[in-house]
Every structure is written in structure tokens, then in C-alpha cells.
Design a protein around this ligand. Structure first.
Ligand code: ADP
Ligand code: MG
Length: 249
């Protein structure tokens, strides 16, 4: 049994069957990549895992409990944190202020402005945020405006925000999309370090093969809304079915 078990998930948008018969088992403490051409249904699948979309059919179990019908914040509190495809930080806030948001969200179920106003009294929360920034090598940037961070550091901050919640499962949707090679490589190194040093499972959706082969223990290839193959990276690379799925791009 994996920490995440997806069974026969289907999702339709009007006339478009975006997902059908999706089965996926993510083993604890592994890095599992979900790859596939544009439009394959990767983001839709991820949205079904975090409560942003509700599948029409099938089941999604996290650590033996169904996530279906739960609100995104409840799923977050069950131990799933997510990094979005486009950066989701508040540019006008400082790095430290951004860090406080997910910690409060985890503790209180939602981020409340009054909690923010009384943050001076929230020593514990501040310490938790400071420690995470330290671990992520961003302590010196804590007072910086988040908008002025490099693309790579914005990602690093988002990942730090997720990790501050101490999730058991970290979900990432194309974390290196739009990045220059140097930032991409930094992000790969960071994710490797996280998976080596922490008791965490990572499921990563990725279009960039370089990123996937650098990180994944296991790969599921999604094409036209359904899994095509699931295997170890060395068996995916030369798989003719996978090549074919990518050829039309
Ligand atoms: P990927 O992330 O693999 O590129 P998506 O999951 O974003 O693919 O999209 C899969 C398919 O579903 C695409 O054809 C896309 O246009 C369609 N789709 C995604 N979200 C919606 C939506 N909210 N409404 C209608 N169609 C959607
Ligand atoms: Mg996508």
C-alpha cells in the first residue's frame, strides 16, 4: 500500500474526458514523477488530489483515508502540501511574512488577519519560520520583498512555505517551468536534498525530462488522461510508447 492510492479516477470537463481510469500508487519516502505531454491531464490529476477538483469516478486515499469530499484546507491538514505551477507567493510581503501564512494555516485551518496582527506574540510560529528559512539557506533574505527574489529563490521560498507545514506528502506541479537552466539545477538539487534528508514523500508533475530523470525513483507516464506506463526511470527512457506520446508535440 502506498501513502497515496489513486484508483480508477475519471474527470470530465463538458465534452472532454480529461482523466480516465487513472491508477497510481505512490510509495512512502520515494520521489514519484508523473510526466506526460501538454494537456495529458497532469494538473487536473493533481487538482483532484488536493480537493480543488472532485473526480467524477474513483477514489483517492491518503494514508488510508479518503480525501474525496474534503476541502483543500482539510486535505492540507491531513499532511499534503502543494507547490503550484505558477509561483503563489505574495510579492508585496517579505520572505518572513510569506513564511508565516502556511504555518498559521496549518495551525488554525485558515490564515486569519487577526493572527497576523498579533504575530508579535506568536514567538513559536516565528521561530518555526526562522528555523525553516535557516534550513533552506534563506535566513539572510528574511526581510527582503518577495517580489525582488530571483525566480529560483521564489521557488525555494514556496517550497520552504510547504515544508514549514511538515507535510508527509509534497506535491509539485512543474516546479521548474519557465526557469533558466541554473535555477532549474538549483531546484533539482534542493529537491534531492529534501528527499534525502527528510522523512517525506514527493510526487512531482514535470514536463522537463532532465528534471525527472535527475530525481525520480519511479515514473508514471500520463497520455490523453490515462496512465501509459509506470516504471523505474531507466526503463522509461527508451520506452517506445513514451517516445510516441511525446512525438506529436
Ligand atoms: P497538463 O497539466 O497535463 O498539461 P491539464 O490537466 O491542465 O493538462 O489539462 C488536461 C485537459 O483538460 C486539457 O485539454 C485542458 O484544456 C483541459 N482542462 C483542464 N482544466 C479544465 C477546466 N477547468 N475546464 C475545461 N477544460 C479543462
Ligand atoms: Mg499542467
Amino acid at each position: 500500500m502506498g501513502i497515496l492510492e489513486v484508483k480508477d479516477v475519471g474527470k470530465r470537463f463538458g465534452g472532454l474526458q480529461a482523466l480516465s481510469n487513472v491508477n497510481l500508487s505512490v510509495k512512502e519516502n520515494t520521489v514519484h514523477a508523473i510526466i506526460g505531454p501538454n494537456g495529458a491531464g497532469k494538473s487536473t490529476l493533481l487538482n483532484c488530489l488536493v480537493g480543488k477538483l472532485i473526480p467524477d469516478t474513483g477514489s483517492v486515499m491518503f494514508d488510508g483515508q479518503s480525501v474525496l469530499g474534503r476541502a483543500p484546507y482539510e486535505i492540507n491538514q491531513m499532511g499534503i502540501s502543494r507547490v503550484f505551477q505558477t509561483p503563489e507567493i505574495f510579492g508585496e510581503l517579505t520572505v518572513m511574512e510569506n513564511m508565516l501564512i502556511p504555518i498559521f494555516a496549518m495551525r488554525d485551518g485558515a490564515f486569519r488577519m487577526h493572527a497576523y496582527e498579533t504575530v508579535e506574540n506568536e514567538r513559536e510560529v516565528i521561530e518555526q519560520a526562522e528555523q525553516m528559512l535557516e534550513e533552506m539557506g534563506m535566513a539572510d533574505k528574511r526581510h527582503m520583498h518577495s517580489a525582488s527574489l530571483s525566480r529560483g529563490d521564489k521557488r525555494r521560498l514556496e517550497i520552504a512555505m510547504c515544508l514549514s507545514q511538515k507535510p508527509r506528502l509534497l506535491l509539485l506541479d512543474e516546479p521548474t517551468a519557465g526557469m533558466a537552466r541554473a535555477d532549474t539545477n538549483n531546484t533539482i538539487d534542493l529537491l534531492k536534498q529534501i528527499s534525502d534528508e527528510r522523512d517525506i514523500t514527493i510526487a512531482i508533475i514535470e514536463h522537463d525530462m532532465h528534471v525527472v530523470f535527475s530525481l525520480a525513483d519511479r515514473i508514471t507516464v500520463l497520455a490523453q488522461g490515462t496512465p501509459l506506463v509506470e516504471d523505474e526511470p531507466q526503463n522509461i527512457r527508451g520506452n517506445p510508447k513514451v517516445r510516441e506520446a511525446y512525438l506529436g508535440e
